[in-house]
Design a protein around this ligand. Structure first.
Ligand SMILES: [Ca+2]
Length: 574
């Protein structure tokens, strides 16, 4: 892979990579201490710092294009603050490429210490990026995606599951793609949407100009109601929905998504104007169907065949990321393109090999269920660094909106509960006020009252504390963990800090009450046929078999005890 990062000293990038090999870098811990400290004159001072950063990041380089940043220049920049405007100028707006992998864990990266898996291209991207080391997403797929694209918790989007109509992002929300499109970006999605398969919910109606996707939560899935992919699809040669029409493809899913994204970027580049390319891969989500040559790289090196396939799928993603970065470089786009990389929930098949010292995995509120990679590379503006501040998926929307120079309407500002990461991107130790993040796995049984699961698999997080209830229901079963001393969440200190438990539990109660009116999908009955399947049959002929009709029956609960094969798979995999 070619690189061209004039602002990055090789030694700094190398040091950063080495730093990451130790679990939870000390630099992150230092930042956390700084964040936890009282921040006296926060209001005025925050504005000052934020505007200073913006000025340094965007306006100064515009005025003195070609000058290298130096400490002297930065000091000068601060003194010039009063004339700085807070928003990015259009010329300073980056192109944006966002790669989101499905079910890759934080530990499934060689730069994070994985002893078996090799990810040289992701490692290089990481070394060249601002890295948020305490960054959290939701415990499963659709919830994270809804939070990324609205800037608020998934429950406020009506998303409380990955199927059963409860994966649909409420039509009342404004999506990030709509905001970027409104600001002049050309937008495209290549891969997994998983926020509603009915026509009104599909990405083409939610801000994306170009759509190249599979249906459901994974290629080949079929669930009751609306959630499902084209019938008969597998990871090889899938039929993909391209701007409303299915295309029968040749190739492996991840290769197809990246290749189409690159074709599109090349075309958009020729037309000019900023672009936003969203590449949410279906891989390495189960079933673990890798290209044989990729799985062969790990056969005999993992505890089982499944993990060899899983690592093979990640090897293929890594190669595609390498191709993407090389093409951006060759096209002269790398310097002015922000590349963001994340994974969408905690680890899965790879955790038996390495889990970066964390407890548990996908589908749980433990840190191992929510901590994710979050790499931000923008060679023209950002210098590689670790940022230890407590950050989350809900911060993605306001950050990109700010970088795109968007002034959000009051209604959208009211929707977004995350914070812009721009101050941290430009100054890793920028003040960052304490915050509270809420996690709930959702997934309560179909037709049951959410309140019965209020305290089932949920948590409340502050920088230092993590209050977790796993086996509660109507009543809590809180355990408290002191992350300053116990990142692995092994020792419950609830009895030693009852005041912390009381305070965080009270904030959880208030949050739970606040989201109840927004659970709009709980009683929705889906259509008789999966829309993707129906469209596929309309285009190519054919129709549902009795078994397919039974599987799609919207009154069926695929997770009930009498569930068939699809239901059992769904319980395990979604
Ligand atoms: Ca996932």
């Amino acid at each position: 892979m070619r690189t061209n990062l004039p602002l990055i000293a090789p030694s700094a990038a190398h040091a950063a990579t080495e730093l990451a090999r130790t679990e939870w870098p000390q630099k992150g811990a230092e930042n956390q201490r700084a964040i936890a400290a009282p921040e006296a004159p926060m209001g005025a001072r925050k504005t000052f710092v934020c505007r200073t950063n913006l000025f340094c990041a965007f306006l100064w380089p515009q005025i003195f294009r070609g000058l290298r940043a130096s400490s002297g220049i930065v000091i000068g920049c601060v003194t010039l603050l009063p004339i700085a405007a807070p928003a990015a100028t259009p010329a300073a707006r980056p192109n944006i490429v966002f790669v989101l992998t499905d079910d890759q864990g934080y530990g499934d990266l060689s730069a994070h210490g994985n002893p078996v898996l090799k990810t040289p291209n992701l490692d290089a991207l990481r070394a060249q990026s601002v890295r948020f080391t305490d960054f959290h997403v939701s415990p499963t797929c659709a919830p994270t995606r809804s939070a990324l694209y609205t800037g608020r918790h998934e429950f406020k989007n009506g998303v409380t599951h990955t199927i059963l109509e409860r994966e649909r992002l409420t039509l009342g929300a404004t999506t990030l793609a709509e905001v970027l499109k409104g600001a002049g970006y050309t937008t495209g999605i290549y891969g997994k949407w998983h926020l509603g398969d009915e026509a009104a919910y599909q990405p083409g109606k939610r801000g994306f100009d170009e759509v190249y996707i599979h249906g459901g939560g994974g290629i080949g899935q079929t669930y009751p109601g609306s959630c499902g992919d084209a019938p008969g699809n597998t990871y090889f040669d899938p039929a993909l929905l391209h701007n409303g029409t299915f295309e029968k493809t040749k190739g492996y899913c991840t290769d197809l998504f990246f290749a189409q994204a690159l074709r599109w970027i090349e075309g958009v580049k020729a037309r000019g104007g900023p672009f936003f390319a969203y590449i949410p891969t279906n891989a390495p989500h189960g079933p673990y169907n890798a290209r044989p040559e990729d799985a062969a790289l790990y056969r005999g090196k993992t505890p089982d065949e499944q993990t060899a396939n899983f690592f093979g799928m990640l090897h293929n993603i890594d190669e595609n990321v390498g191709r993407l970065l090389a093409r951006l470089e060759a096209w002269g786009l790398a310097r002015d393109t922000l590349v963001v990389f994340m994974n969408d929930n905690g680890g899965t098949a790879g955790t038996k090999v390495f889990n970066a010292g964390m407890r548990a995995q996908k589908g749980t509120p433990w840190l191992g269920g929510t901590r994710a990679s979050s790499f931000w590379r923008w060679p023209a503006r950002l210098q590689p660094a670790d940022v230890g501040a407590l950050t989350a998926h809900i911060d993605f929307f306001p950050t990109l909106a700010e970088l795109a120079g968007v002034t959000l309407t009051p209604a959208v500002r009211a929707q977004v509960e995350g914070r812009s990461l721009v101050p941290l991107l430009t100054r890793p130790d920028a003040p960052w006020a304490e915050r509270t993040l809420f996690t709930h796995v959702g997934r309560w049984p179909k037709g049951t009252a959410p309140g019965l699961a209020k305290f089932k698999s949920c948590s409340v997080r502050e920088t230092r504390w993590h209050l977790v209830s796993i086996d509660g229901g109507v009543e809590p079963a809180w355990q408290l963990f002191d992350l300053a001393n116990d990142r692995g969440e092994q020792r419950d200190v609830a009895k030693e800090h009852p005041e912390v438990v009381r305070r965080l539990a009270a904030s959880y109660d208030a949050w739970w009450d606040s989201v109840q009116p927004m659970l709009v999908n709980e009683k929705v009955l889906g259509p008789r046929l999966n829309p993707f399947a129906e469209l596929y049959w309309k285009q190519f002929g054919g129709g549902p078999t009795p078994e397919q009709l039974r599987t799609m029956d919207p009154t069926r609960d695929p997770l009930a005890g009498s569930a068939g094969k699809a239901g059992k798979a769904g319980k395990k995999r979604n």
